[in-house]
Design a protein around this ligand. Sequence first.
Ligand SMILES: [Zn+2]
Length: 190
Amino acid sequence: MVLTTLNDREFRSGLAEAVKHGLIADAGHLEWIEASAAQLAERDLGAVTALIRRSIAIKADIVARDEREAGPRELLNAGHTVGHALEHAGGYQLLHGEAVAIGLVAECRIGEALGVTPGGTADRVEALLRALGLPVRTPAGVEVSRSDLLAAMGRDKKNRGGKLRMALPSEVGRGASVDVPANAVRALDL
Ligand SMILES: [Zn+2]
């Protein structure tokens, strides 16, 4: 990635995946992003370089673990079940990372409603994504109906046997793959 050639919107979009890595695999990384949010939002080169290094290491570790025990790789889908569906149902007006940012908050709220994710996680993630300049709700002008969203999720490759499968935080820095009932998605305020 050649950082200097990205416009601000594209740059911020890339930060959503780093938040995801901290949220599902490394609480210390999430705390560091929170502490460094202002520098990251200003594209401070030292902060951005450190962020990318740590995120690459976390992803590599998850992929390596996945080769020994099936499953960890699914955690990389956090924020993406809702995120991919928003991208598609919203007619690709959202950048991938913007959709993932909205998806991360939405999936944390689903996790909290299901008792999988500790209360307060969604608010914490939302505050961080806002500080990084990312959207946390579907922006005005991008219309996504619940039925379009559910239909788009049904197309998702992670869903088997008619159930929606999501990688949800089980605590900050850890995740679990969970079957989610459709009504938990219908109840979302996006
Ligand atoms: Zn992604």
